[in-house]
Design a protein around this ligand. Sequence first.
Ligand code: S3P
Length: 172
Amino acid sequence: NRESIREKSIVIIGFMGVGKTTVGELVAKKLYRDFIDIDRVIENSFNIPIVDVFKLIGEKSFRQKEKEIIKEYCAQKLKVISLGGGAYLQEDIRKVTLENCIVIFLDITWESWKERLNIIIDSRPVLHGKTMEEIEELFYKRQGIYKSHHSKLETDNLNTIDIADFIVESLK
Ligand code: S3P
């Protein structure tokens, strides 16, 4: 029913650097909800940035940790939760978020995204050591996992404030 939908947590998905954290924070403010960024939760638990978490425990353990934390927060109501761009690789995460939350996919075209690469690369370990062609391939491969969502927003020509406004309006 309407009431339980209103209480559902909102989950934001999409490729690295699309603006999930900034948008999530803005949406949470507008809705007077708590904001949770899963990568920040992981960073805080180790007290080091994600790049170093990858070095310390490896991607496999990172994915395990990511799954546990997402499950914990998705069980809660009235949150706004931004996932890491690779979270949707895991079927378990897709399932738990789609069943319990409202999942919003922030989409962007490769042409717009590649302009951001320089700003985001240092803090994104999965991009390290890859050629532009390999990153483009990863980008298109990832589009497939984001197909599971409740609603999608094309963000190419929008700033983060507009994106947050759109999301809040779409929930009314
Ligand atoms: C990852 C995306 C990152 C972070 C980690 C792995 C990925 O999150 O979880 O570096 O595999 O796409 P952002 O999408 O916030 O960059």
